[in-house]
Ligand binder design. Sequence first.
Ligand SMILES: Cc1cc2nc3c(=O)[nH]c(=O)nc-3n(C[C@H](O)[C@H](O)[C@H](O)COP(=O)(O)OP(=O)(O)OC[C@H]3O[C@@H](n4cnc5c(N)ncnc54)[C@H](O)[C@@H]3O)c2cc1C
Length: 387
Amino acid sequence: MPVEPAVPAGLTEHQTAAWELAREFAQNEVAPHAREWNAAHRVPVEVFRRLGEIGLLGLTIPEEYGGPGLDATSLALVTEELARADAGTSVAVAVQNGLVASPILRAGNEEQKREWLPRLASGELFGCYALTEPDAGSDTASLRTRAEATGEGWRVTGNKMWITNGGIADVFVIFARTGDPGAKGISAMVSGPGDGLSVGAEIPKLGLHTSSTVELAFDAFPVPRSGLLGAEGEGLKLALATLDGGRITVAAQAVGIARAALELAVSYATDRQAFGGPIARFQGVHFPVAEIAAQIDAARLLTLHAAQLRDAGRPHGAAGAKAKLFASNVAVRAADVCVQTLGGYGYSAEYDAERYYRDAKITEIYEGTSQIQRMVIARDLFGGAAR
Ligand SMILES: Cc1cc2nc3c(=O)[nH]c(=O)nc-3n(C[C@H](O)[C@H](O)[C@H](O)COP(=O)(O)OP(=O)(O)OC[C@H]3O[C@@H](n4cnc5c(N)ncnc54)[C@H](O)[C@@H]3O)c2cc1C
């Protein structure tokens, strides 16, 4: 049972069109297959390519580089609709736009933009963002992957963990240490595949079964000087600026999952009979659902507010962190309410409630855990006193 989303007034024609296109694609080409793909742990690469063909995979890539040149608000609306159908599919779009195209656009030179962006926009290439390591997640400044200078460029050695799209990627945004320990010794690079890069097997995980997640092992992997993204030593700054935008998209994913959970809870409670009528008439059933409906609207408005700040070129780090912190928690609670509303059926694979329950949790973890979002917000409030 669709529930009309709360949206701020004044969406542009382009934003509305992208949103409608995503909704139609998600409902027709993703939702009908999502349960089957997830059960089979199948990454639907052909669907990701179709998303490229219709302009959604590289939504934020400017027209001069082959994309439709839309904004963060459009990306949030599109991501929400895709996540409502299948969270894993939404992640492919979020990573391609938010974590791969975004740092290339921000820090890349003209040659790098021309080399990578048109093919990322069309879906010919898939990209991944390789920051996290087996021993460095929240504490990104401690990463250990080394890039040894060779004169013509670097040889990169080290392991990257939990890399989304890694198993299907043709483009790798890599963060590696070119200098001393600490934040200032890290540089960003962009490269295709090559000798010295091994892609691990898919990592078994709780949810997001339609999303590729692998470990990457670099062993003297050559990156030419032309692969340096931005200035040497500025890599961590670029990584964190990229995550400022990425978090808005994760918040949108969370809203999409929460909305799907709400819709299932409403339709099930309306149909399910107990004690002589639909269970929806019980306050014990409809109050938790009503509360979640209010929280989803709040989460969406926080998310779109952060996106609009980004689109206006205004600071949005704390706003994005607030949106992600709140929306991810709403997604986890909405999925819980959904499972509870469906009772035993909620716990079974016959319904999507259990998938929402498993998929929602990741939004509290990646692109900065909820604790890290609180740190970002606290630093915005307290400045140096919260460090
Ligand atoms: C499915 C999936 C996909 C992912 N995709 C990508 C990707 O594409 N690219 C990429 O680079 N990474 C990716 N990640 C990695 C993800 O961003 C990290 O897992 C996340 O940032 C947390 O890092 P960690 O797992 O090392 O946990 P840790 O940093 O070890 O944290 C463990 C716990 O300690 C807490 N903690 C740590 N430091 C603090 C602190 N200062 N104060 C309070 N609490 C703290 C954390 O909140 C957490 O609860 C992905 C992860 C998953 C699971």
